[in-house]
Design a protein. Structure first.
Lengths: 249, 132, 293
């Protein structure tokens, strides 16, 4: 068998040059170069926000951002990871929040120092329009803010660039939490399900599960009917007695 | 012959540069002092600040209350017979402190009641004029 | 007539009445205010520093939004938005180097060409609609109502960004007259209320409020008409301690809507112990306006 030769590319990690195989993600390239992750790496799936990375390309003044686990290393990339950025996080008692914009203003008054420079949106590896989200919060539109900030993964790169020294990712998370728990219309079926739990409609099922041996539970689990990937909305398992509709009936 | 104090001229230059105003034009008529709605809450009058700035009295100017009780209402600017935009001079003096990262207002020290009561424009304008 | 409109942050929360009454009244005058689809805070106060462009980004970004919408005019009603946007528009119009720097910095936006004219609603009423037209459309004349027209600072200073020449304080009085009310001779029309000192030095705002309300009372005014949500807040919040000086504060657009017979949106009036709604009711001015629920 003929070994295909891997093409090596130069990248600069925190200013030091390394030759790494082409085609690796930044994260794998760093591991190839000998770095061992203690921080700066989490899910390796582009969703945990631990591996925020900033880089520059030769001859280009712009700052680029990436998630190290998602982005392929490019030749002559100058990069550093920014796995953590100190940001003012204010604990709050969720139950005491009233679901009004002032909840956010009281906890993070510094958001009013925003100058609309847009550096936050430009650096966001998830393309969240951070500046617009802050603008919505400033005018009290928590719903719009929550929706626009949905993709935020709390990597903190926005905050690292903020002229106003505001912790946008914490502010956006607070907006989503206020919207989700206090402003979004409550789902009717959820309330019905909760009511069914309170009425003890699930007790028999839970008791049955609790009386089973570990082996029996394992068997149930392994033999469970799995929803096919191509299933439509009307798909139901053959044994429908565990479906919530059955309990609510 | 007495030497010119370079620190003095440097202060005057900075005020002129940031404000874009020729403070040397002031002839001490005091119209600004009469126009200022907040003079009573200050230690010195606008006219007195202008004179101290002309003389390069950096510490007197920077430590004066006047630029910090100024509400940027532009009454002084509107009436100055010498055409000096005095509000810009006040801004320059504020910025000489703010650019050293010395805040006049700390957003985090405001009471929850104040934040909840005041409209956004009050907080934003205060932070713009009073924080670094 | 259709015009681009930037309401401003406070008009979406604590000064909602100002936004709603503006839109309702202008609709009655056949002027459609089209809110910019995307806007940010204007910055509220204009930066006076010659070497500071960072604080001009927010207003200029909004001018780009207006440019994107295709018009050549941007209407504001909040006095702070008006002043900041107007002054920023003049700054970059007169300083092409500063405009270039800002355009280069905002490389994600289309270039601002410098051609948006920022106008205050009072200018639209005066220049586009006309006092006579307004008078002709009044359904509910505000008879026997004595109003102090309070401009505050930012509609009249500096002169290059003012809605009228420095010695001509007419627009607000003309409007009040066109609506059938009586403007009083009020010497403190442009006296500062203390503005953002409400945050750092609240005693300043208390003192200015006392002076302005005393002067309005002496002028025989029954209520004060304003355009600025911060003037409104300062004059309202600080009169709570001022007993006999208490006086309803109303947005001029609420008077306009009321006179035109559309909903004046007096929803937030009860925040003031001297409630404008109850006062107008006692004068019999709400009865004729079916839209004022």
């Amino acid at each position: 068998m003929e070994a295909t030769e891997t093409k090596m590319i130069p990248i600069y990690i925190m200013g030091k040059r390394y030759e790494v195989p082409e085609g690796l993600t930044i994260m794998k390239a760093m591991e190839y170069a000998g770095y061992q992750y203690i921080r700066g790496c989490g899910c390796r799936g582009g969703i945990c926000g631990a591996c925020g990375t900033i880089y520059r390309k030769p001859g280009d003044y712009k700052i680029y951002s990436a998630l190290a686990c998602q982005t392929a290393a490019e030749p002559d990339m100058y990069l550093t990871q920014l796995p953590f950025f100190p940001a003012n996080h204010v604990p709050s008692n969720y139950a005491e929040l009233e679901g009004v914009p002032e909840d956010i203003y009281k906890l993070y008054p510094e958001l009013f120092r925003c100058v609309a420079c847009n550096a936050c949106s430009k650096i966001c590896p998830m393309d969240v329009p951070v500046m617009d989200v802050i603008a919505y919060i400033k005018r009290g539109d928590i719903e719009k803010a929550a929706f626009e900030a949905f993709d935020c993964i709390q990597c903190g790169l926005c905050t690292s660039r903020c002229f106003a020294e505001a912790p946008q990712f914490h502010i956006m998370q607070l907006a989503r939490r206020i919207y989700g728990g206090k402003l979004a219309p409550k789902a009717k079926h959820n309330a019905e399900a909760a009511q069914a739990v309170r009425e003890g409609k699930f007790d028999a099922m839970l008791n049955q599960l609790m009386s089973m041996s570990t082996e029996e539970i394992k068997k149930e689990y392994i033999e469970r009917e799995i929803e096919p990937e191509t299933a439509g909305d009307d798909w139901k398992p053959k044994d429908a007695k565990w479906l919530i509709e059955e309990f609510l009936r | 012959m007495k030497k010119i104090n370079p620190k003095k001229t440097d202060f005057i230059r900075k005020v002129k540069e940031i404000s874009g105003q020729n403070i040397g034009l002031c002839y001490q008529c005091g119209t600004c002092s009469g126009a200022c709605p907040n003079f009573a809450e200050s230690d010195i009058l606008p006219r007195q600040l202008m004179r101290r700035a002309q003389l390069g009295m950096e510490q007197d100017v920077l430590q004066s209350k006047l630029p910090w009780v100024c509400a940027s209402c532009l009454s002084c600017t509107a009436l100055c017979p010498r055409g000096i935009d005095i509000a810009k001079v006040m801004e320059a003096v504020r910025l000489l402190s703010l650019r050293e990262n010395i805040d006049y207002v700390n957003p985090r020290e405001l009471s929850e009641e104040t934040i909840a009561k005041l409209p956004q424009i009050a907080l934003i304008s205060s932070f713009r004029k009073h924080t670094a | 007539m259709k015009l681009s409109y930037l309401p401003g942050c406070t008009l979406k929360t604590k000064a909602q009445d100002l936004d709603l009454s503006t839109v309702a009244a202008m609709e009655a005058l056949d002027v459609e205010l089209e809110e910019l689809p995307r806007w940010n805070c204007c910055g509220t106060v204009f930066s006076f520093a010659d070497d500071d462009l960072m604080h001009q980004i927010a207003p200029v970004r909004n001018l780009i939004r207006a440019q994107e919408q295709g018009g050549d005019k941007l209407v504001t009603v909040c006095s702070f938005c008006f002043n900041t946007l107007k002054r920023a528009s003049l700054l970059v119009k007169e300083n092409s180097d500063k405009l270039d720097t800002l355009n280069t910095f905002m490389d994600e936006e289309e270039d601002y060409t410098g051609n948006i004219n920022v106008v205050h609603l009072l200018e639209v009423l005066r220049d586009e609609v006309g006092w006579d037209q307004i008078e002709g459309k009044v359904q509910n004349p505000l008879k026997d109502l004595k109003v102090a027209a309070y401009y505050g600072c930012t509609l009249h200073r500096p002169k290059e960004a003012a809605i009228e020449p420095p010695n001509k304080l007419e627009a607000l009085n003309d409007l009040i007259t066109a609506l059938g009310a009586t403007p009083v001779d009020f010497p403190d029309m442009t006296t500062c209320c203390g503005s953002y000192q409400a945050v750092a030095n609240p005693e300043i705002v208390i003192n200015r409020t006392r002076e302005i309300l005393s002067s309005a009372k002496e002028s025989g005014a029954e209520m004060i008409a304003v355009s600025c949500p911060l003037c409104e807040c300062n004059l309202r919040e600080n009169q709570k301690e001022l007993g006999e000086l208490r006086m309803p504060i109303i947005y001029f657009t609420q008077l306009l809507a009321l006179a035109l017979g559309v909903d004046p949106h007096l929803h937030q009036c009860e925040k003031n112990p001297a409630d404008a709604r109850s006062f107008l009711e006692s004068k019999g001015l709400l009865a004729a306006c079916t839209a004022a629920e």
